[in-house]
Design a protein around this ligand. Structure first.
Ligand SMILES: CC(C)(COP(=O)(O)OP(=O)(O)OC[C@H]1O[C@@H](n2cnc3c(N)ncnc32)[C@H](O)[C@@H]1OP(=O)(O)O)[C@@H](O)C(=O)NCCC(=O)NCCS
Length: 289
């Protein structure tokens, strides 16, 4: 047992801790929250979610539950102003790793590096740089959408009842790290204002979901079934959403994020008139084995 463990108590978070966690969040500045479709404290009740306390006072907590089962992200990390955030992260991370090794199915924990201090902490704790999330934008002054018209297939608005098939497409198209569970796809469904599916011969083969705020929209999710890729379906969904937001609703721009290593998506987005903005943030990975 090291000095930290002798002077602090580490334990899994329970639902009764939620009010104390909320209070803690209001006062700490060492806070990392994943870009998530749910609130960070909605993960209370999931494991692993551990906290550290001293004299019954919370000094930090860390959650990295996997949902879907192969995608474990650091969903939230918070540490007290008066302790070393690096020490708190190392100790809580060890508990999260032990839990995943014993009960989980993941082979790594991933984290976004949304701030410099947290990126440094992750690297000091054994995480390595995996890829970057890059931002792209389409605006009226840039270029028109160069995509062929969709010949075989129809695009229609997504209904709640489509979510099981949408989830299946999502899991077939994305690597495990970037898959969303049906819970999160249904959260995305509630928050997105324009969501469509593409059917070919009556079979649902692709989908997109986009959010909207005042003068701009954001393409949050796009996937095409692997066997139907490279046939222009992704571009058809993008063309349709650009028409919806720019032509019909009069919005000024549409933004999106993708991965720096996702060559197919970068290609199709650029062909549809999106360009890289230069903004990006790193994705880090901690292998468990
Ligand atoms: C990205 C994605 C939605 C594109 O859908 P799609 O239906 O295949 O797209 P399209 O057929 O309209 O266009 C694909 C283009 O990418 C090109 N492409 C495919 N693989 C490529 C690669 N490895 N490198 C470069 N270009 C590639 C194709 O040649 C085609 O371009 P072209 O029409 O100029 O020849 C699909 O690949 C997918 O679902 N990927 C997994 C999920 C994902 O990454 N979503 C987006 C990231 S947020």
């Amino acid at each position: 047992m090291n000095w930290f463990q002798r002077h602090h108590h580490l334990r899994p978070v329970t639902p009764e801790d939620k009010p104390s966690l909320q209070t803690f969040l209001r006062k700490t500045i060492y806070l990392h929250q994943h870009l998530d479709w749910r609130n960070a404290l909605d993960w209370v009740g999931w494991q692993p979610f551990w906290l550290a306390e001293k004299d019954s006072q919370i000094i930090g907590f860390l959650a990295s539950p996997a949902d879907p089962p192969l995608a474990s992200w650091i969903r939230i990390f918070a540490a007290d102003l008066f302790v070393s955030p690096s020490r708190v992260l190392v100790e809580l991370l060890e508990k999260n790793v032990e839990w995943h090794r014993e009960y989980g199915k993941v082979s790594f924990i991933a984290s976004l590096g949304l701030s410099d201090w947290f990126s440094h902490l992750l690297q000091d704790s054994g995480f390595h740089h995996h890829q970057d999330v890059v931002m792209m934008t389409y605006d009226l002054n840039f270029v028109s959408c160069q995509t062929p018209l969709l010949r075989d297939g129809i695009i229609r608005e997504m209904g709640f009842e489509d979510l099981p098939l949408v989830t299946a497409i999502d899991h077939a198209a994305f690597e495990p790290l970037w898959q969303l569970s049906q819970i999160d796809l249904s959260n995305a469904f509630q928050k997105c204002t324009y969501k469509t599916v593409l059917e070919v011969n009556g079979k649902l083969v692709a989908y997109q979901m986009s959010t909207e705020s005042e003068s701009k929209a954001h393409l949050a999710r796009l996937a095409v079934s692997p066997e139907m890729q490279n046939k222009g379906l992704g571009a058809a969904l993008i063309r349709d959403l650009l028409e919806h937001f720019i032509l019909h609703k009069g919005l000024q721009s549409v933004t999106l994020n993708t991965q720096s290593t996702n060559a197919a998506s970068l290609h199709v987005y650029q062909r549809c008139g999106f360009h890289l903005t230069g903004e990006q943030f790193p994705v880090f990975i901690l292998p468990l084995y």
